[in-house]
Design a protein around this ligand. Structure first.
Ligand SMILES: Cc1cc2nc3c(=O)[nH]c(=O)nc-3n(C[C@H](O)[C@H](O)[C@H](O)COP(=O)(O)OP(=O)(O)OC[C@H]3O[C@@H](n4cnc5c(N)ncnc54)[C@H](O)[C@@H]3O)c2cc1C
Length: 445
């Protein structure tokens, strides 16, 4: 176990607050308030930073260290446009077609299907037009402050410059493909998201590397891009250490829970006392929440990346690109491009199937001539996904001092800092800046 730094802070207060339908009690104490944050991804690090900035004595615990999970290898898009839940009438209609095609974006390993079925059924229930409308309102509300929340943490951490206002481009090879996404863009516009439509000439003007490649595109100017999510989240983690937070390379295995109050966590090597705990363990959070008595329908949408060397490309791609026809994202990262793809349901233990991303190589070579695969650059990550596409943020029903903060699916990098800010407010018994009831863990009970 590695202990990197710690300091006690002199702050204590007490109150009870109504948060998302259950009372989250903050204890009155003269001594420093100790918070344990479980998980060192974008969400956990952000929650720990906000807790620390509010004077909590914070211990962050993660066996993989900071940014060892999904937060390291993602596409780096701060995708504040994405207020459309994954499950929608359109998605449900296209599932059989997607599953039938080995080249499609969706894969369910047959052996995993029985375990996934309840999750899928919940997603179907959440996919009615009226529910999709409600979910998009909740998503838009939390996405709205996401970039500002990044800046708030990235500035003091010295990586404000890593957040580049590139916008996000979605390219369609055919008019028909573009029309097929019309309902999603209409929903985004209803939520106030800018969706600038471009024809071939407009695409070539915006990003010359794509001249003649797409018939239509939509550009979301409000989105940003983080050139290297791993270094970025690590920089936030380094800032945490500078703020004298303890970061332990250890795994949480249980809680000391009596009478609805957590008094500490148990790890592989020790017991650590706590006045509050935050479960932010991404796709691994389900058993931890269950130990606290909260059943959450969390599964993982596995996703892959490969890295391409773009130094020999005549014209460099300027913007992160979603290639709609292939369901892949291509992100410029310095001289490299990161290609992310696939939603694969196979749980946390199954071996990776890197072919799911590598088979896109010929497509990208045709789109951007000159790219070369970087050897051994494939990666598998675990999106923590909830059937209604809303993250779980809030107090554990029936446990006075435990908060959940996970389930951000495709948007965890985008939403990490804003979630951290909400967690900070909840720890101190303050109202968050947005209504948090839609994200409450009590919505599953
Ligand atoms: C291919 C791909 C592309 C993506 N692209 C984007 C994108 O462009 N933009 C975007 O916003 N999002 C994107 N995402 C989603 C995003 O990466 C995730 O939603 C986000 O990283 C989740 O963050 P997290 O902090 O919740 O989880 P993680 O980053 O996975 O961190 C969870 C941590 O918890 C730790 N942990 C687990 N169990 C325990 C335990 N018992 N004790 C202590 N620690 C524990 C793990 O070791 C892990 O480090 C993408 C995901 C994938 C897979």
């Amino acid at each position: 176990m590695e202990r990197l730094g710690t300091r006690r802070s002199p702050r204590g207060c007490g109150s009870a607050v109504w948060c998302g339908g259950v009372v989250f009690r903050v204890f009155t104490m003269a001594k420093p308030r100790r918070a344990i944050v479980i998980g060192g991804g974008a969400v956990g690090v952000s929650a720990a930073l906000h807790a620390r900035m509010r004077g909590w004595d914070v211990t962050l615990i993660d066996p993989r260290g900071v940014a060892g999970g999904a937060s390291s290898g993602n596409a780096g898009v701060l995708a504040v446009s994405e207020c459309v839940p994954v499950g929608s009438p359109g998605t449900i209609r296209s599932v059989p077609r997607m599953l039938a095609s080995r080249d499609g974006p969706l894969h369910i390993r047959p052996a995993y299907f029985p375990r996934l079925l309840p999750w899928l059924l919940r997603m179907v229930v959440a996919s009615t037009p009226s529910r999709v409308e409600e979910l998009s309102i909740a998503l838009a509300s939390i996405l709205e402050g996401a970039v500002a929340a990044h800046e708030e943490l990235a500035g003091p951490a010295g990586v404000r410059g890593s957040i580049v206002p590139t916008g996000w481009l979605k390219g369609f090879e055919t008019e028909a493909g573009f029309r097929g996404s019309a309902a999603d863009f209409a929903l985004m516009r209803r939520r106030g998201i800018a969706c600038d439509e471009l024809d071939g000439n407009g695409i070539a003007r915006l990003d010359p590397a794509l001249k003649g490649r797409f018939a239509r595109a939509v550009f979301h100017p409000g989105c940003c891009h983080v050139g290297n999510p791993h270094t970025y989240v690590r920089a936030l983690g380094d800032h945490l250490l500078r703020l004298a937070t303890a970061c332990l390379a250890d795994e949480v295995t249980g809680f000391d829970l009596t009478g609805g109050v957590v008094s500490g966590v148990r790890t592989r090597t020790q017991s650590i006392p706590a006045d509050a705990v935050v479960v932010a363990a991404g796709a691994w959070s389900k058993p931890l929440a269950a130990m606290l008595g909260c059943k959450v329908p969390l599964d993982t949408e596995r996703g892959y990346h490969m890295m391409l060397d773009a130094r020999d490309c005549e014209t460099k791609l300027q913007h992160p690109l979603y290639w709609a026809d292939k369901s892949i994202v291509i992100s410029p990262m310095g001289d490299l491009l990161r290609v992310t793809s696939s939603v694969e349901f196979a749980g946390l233990q199954a071996e990776p199937d890197f072919d799911l991303v590598l088979r896109n190589l010929p497509h990208v070579e045709r789109l951007l001539p000159g790219v070369r695969l970087v050897p051994d650059s494939t990666w598998l990550g675990f999106r923590p996904s909830i059937p209604d596409s809303l993250p779980v943020i809030g107090p554990v029903p029936g446990v006075a001092n435990a908060l959940l903060a996970f389930g951000h699916g495709h948007l965890g990098l985008t939403l990490g800092p804003v979630t951290g800010k909400i967690v900070g407010a909840m720890l101190d018994g303050e109202a968050a800046s947005i209504p948090t009831a839609p994200f409450s863990p009590s919505r599953f009970t």
